[in-house]
Design a protein around this ligand. Structure first.
Ligand code: SF4
Length: 220
């Protein structure tokens, strides 16, 4: 990587500040909604006075928490597992053979969080606007992916997920791996939960608008 790739640009800092501001606004709004719900529930429990509703709510909280955390993954600060990536067992897809077909879709289609090990090494770049996910170029590829060859320019330091990921069984990449038929771009694994997915989409949409505004107005 050259100096230019290492430099923190004004638009990086602007995106980081906007991310913090938006997270703060979103968090406050969510807290107010939760506070309103707790007050309403408490009043209803008081009114009923038999404890049945309280038990029913207690039973539902764990699953609701799982769903909320799942929906929140889209914009919360993320860090991957601190396990040592150099001792991870690498996957062995035949990348040299597949690359002319897939054009390194794994380095374009997916985003993932770096680990503290990656951050401490300071080689793999993260997205300042979405800490600490892998940094992408405007074409969607990871910044460490060579635009011409699609090889990884940071191969020796690549994150754990890059070492262990195996596309061959991933239906988001291959519709039919044996016959080398790619899945349509944007293919997902599972349908998302309707209510929480709606909120996640709204946040993603707001972040996209912010990204566009910063890209159009930022100075390189
Ligand atoms: S670090 Fe390398 S292997 Fe991992 S996504 Fe980026 S280019 Fe691909």
């Amino acid at each position: 990587m050259g100096d230019d790739a290492d430099a923190i640009k004004r638009k990086d800092l602007e995106r980081a500040v906007r991310h913090l501001n938006m997270s703060d606004v979103d968090l406050r709004d969510l807290l107010l909604q939760l506070a309103a719900r707790v007050i309403a529930l408490t009043e209803e429990l008081d009114r009923r006075g038999d404890g049945t509703l309280e038990k029913a709510v207690d039973a539902l909280v764990p699953e609701a928490l799982v769903q909320i955390r799942k929906a929140d993954l889209g914009h919360r600060v993320q860090l991957a597992s601190p396990e040592d990536k150099y001792t991870a067992t690498p996957s062995t897809p035949p990348c040299d053979e597949l690359m002319p077909i897939c054009q390194a879709r794994c380095c374009k289609a997916f985003t993932f969080a770096l680990s503290t090990q990656d951050l401490d090494e300071g080689v793999i770049r993260f997205d300042y606007g979405r800490p600490y996910r892998i940094r992408k170029r405007d074409d969607g590829y990871c910044v460490h992916n060579d635009p011409t060859t699609h090889a990884c320019t940071a191969h020796a330091h690549r994150p754990a997920v890059c070492r262990t990921y195996d596309c061959r069984t991933d239906k988001r990449v291959w519709a039919d791996f044996e016959n080398r038929v790619l899945a349509p771009e944007g293919t997902r694994n599972e349908p998302r939960d309707i209510d929480f997915a709606e909120r996640a989409r709204a946040v993603a949409s707001a972040l996209y608008i912010e990204d566009t505004a910063v890209k159009n107005g930022g100075n390189d």
